[in-house]
Design a protein around this ligand. Structure first.
Ligand code: SF4
Ligand code: SF4
Length: 370
């Protein structure tokens, strides 16, 4: 188990090009106050160490079963190697595994060790205008540790960025982290607080309050980011609401993050499952472009209505999802109860965004979303 005050890191991503300006090292912290149903980094949600099992790498040697002190390993073909309820994540099996099929996720770095590792790449930061980005999980739940590392990096003249869910204590953030940050990537997911609670485990009031405060008062740039999750965040209703919120907060741009289906297999390796309707493929380029165009127009105050394309997209994802049949029946998608719902029934095509179904349609549908 994790010792108190010892936050874990699950990845040091070297030479990152997408996490801020220039070439960067991204520090992925383990632990998050949210548990998003689509989390692109499912290994980041728990602050505790975990064991990942990649079945395609296993050579069947049985070493893991021999060494496990808890009897938590079994060799059942096609099943998770680990009985998760018994596993204490001691790491004995992953140390013994000759093929890296078993891996311990999460390691503690002393502050000195981490700073030293990060500074080894300063030549790349200096020559590219890059630096270090803290991500997760949620780095702002480890204010003392992260603040200490940031302060050391700032003293060395390194550019520091943070990617945050916005779920943090603002006073503490302002005192312990903000003085050492050059750039804030602030994630916004769902504008409706009930929806936010349903799909992330927490309402969004604190997040929106923190965002508004930093939008008005931050001495460094704040870049809003919105993940495009088919049928959940990537709906006309949600993108309209978020665009309006941003526009009223004085923003004229935001980053839309593409959906990453790779999270499904990452979660499976940890014995977890993401939301059953998430598709196993990326959003097609045309759909993503339509979403982006609509969002930008709405952000600039020029689009009043959600376009047809992204709502249709949500249905297509549901239809194509392998899990679709477990969640919806055909009747569910075609039942006339859908059509009066604003923004759902269009052009003879009945469209069921997840939230709409859950709120008002489930009594009439033959199968429901859990
Ligand atoms: S991490 Fe430890 S307890 Fe868990 S399966 Fe491996 S050896 Fe057993
Ligand atoms: S030790 Fe690794 S390779 Fe050997 S059976 Fe266990 S998971 Fe497979």
């Amino acid at each position: 188990m994790r010792a108190e005050g010892r936050p874990l890191i699950f990845n040091l991503h070297h030479f990152a090009l997408d996490d801020g300006p220039g070439i960067r090292t991204t520090v992925f912290m383990k632990g998050c106050p949210l548990s998003c149903a689509w989390c692109h980094n499912p290994e980041s949600v728990s602050p505790e160490p975990e064991i990942a099992f990649y079945g395609h790498l296993c050579i069947g040697c049985g070493s893991c079963m021999d060494v496990c002190p808890e009897g938590a390993v079994s060799m059942r073909p096609g099943r998770d190697r680990i009985t998760r309820e018994r596993c204490t994540a001691c790491g004995t099996c992953s140390n013994e595994c000759p093929s890296t099929a078993l891996r311990t996720v999460g390691a503690y770095y002393q502050v000195d060790t981490l700073v030293e590792r990060l500074l080894k790449e300063r030549i790349f930061y200096d020559t590219s205008g890059g630096g270090v980005t803290f991500s997760g999980g949620e780095p702002a739940i480890f204010m003392d540790y992260v603040g200490t590392v940031m302060k050391r990096l700032k003293a060395e003249g390194i550019h520091v960025a943070i990617q945050t869910s916005g779920m943090f204590n603002l006073q503490e953030f302002g005192r312990k982290l903000l003085p050492y940050i050059d750039l804030i990537f602030f994630d916004l997911k769902l504008i409706d607080s009930d929806m936010h609670r349903k799909f992330t485990g927490r309402g969004n009031n604190l997040i929106l309050e923190n965002f508004r405060y930093l939008a008005d008062n931050s001495p460094v740039p704040v870049v809003p980011r919105i993940p495009l999750i088919p049928g959940i965040t990537a709906t006309g209703e949600n993108l309209s609401g978020l665009a309006d919120f941003l526009r009223y907060s004085g923003f004229t741009s935001a980053t839309l993050l593409p959906y990453n289906p790779g999270a499904i297999s990452k979660a499976a390796a940890l014995g977890k499952a993401l939301h059953p309707t998430l598709p196993n493929r990326m959003i097609p380029a045309g759909e993503e472009e339509a979403l982006t165009t609509f969002f930008r127009q709405r952000l600039s105050g020029h689009a009043k209505e959600a376009p047809l394309s992204e709502d249709i997209g949500a249905v297509e994802y549901l239809k194509q999802s392998k899990k679709h049949k477990e969640v919806f029946s055909d009747e569910c998608l075609e039942h006339p109860c859908c059509s009066p719902h604003p923004g759902i029934g269009r052009g003879g095509l009945l469209i069921v965004p997840l939230h709409a179904c859950n709120r008002s349609l489930r009594r009439d549908c033959s199968r429901n979303i859990s």
